[in-house]
Design a protein. Structure first.
Length: 104
């Protein structure tokens, strides 16, 4: 049984804006949100940068449901957690600013 049988299909669909409505008990329901949405009624768009995934003062930029970290000079990896040491000597002067796309 889903909540549409309790609330009626129209009311159930109105409650869960971007998700599927499921019955939890005879008098309550929950919304299972579609990818990219959160909140009690799935009305809030998820922000992939809200967990502050970029370390060492890297800048997080939202790219749909993903994020990208713009690492400061001297750091690399998808979340800017790897420090570059003597990069011109060991890596042949590769670009120090890394860009990594990570699914959140």
């Amino acid at each position: 049984i889903n909540c549409s049988e309790i609330l009626g299909q129209t009311n159930c669909m109105r409650q869960c804006r971007s998700g599927v409505c499921s019955q939890v008990s005879p008098n309550s329901f929950r919304c299972d949100c579609f990818s990219g949405y959160t909140g009690t009624f799935c009305t809030e768009k998820k922000d992939p940068c809200s967990s502050q995934p970029c370390g060492n003062r890297g800048k997080c930029e939202e790219r749909g449901e993903e994020y990208i970290c713009m690492c400061p000079e001297g750091f690399t990896s998808s979340n800017c957690e790897v420090k570059l040491e003597h990069n011109c000597t060991t890596l042949g002067c590769q670009q120090e600013q890394a860009y990594g796309i990570v699914r959140h």
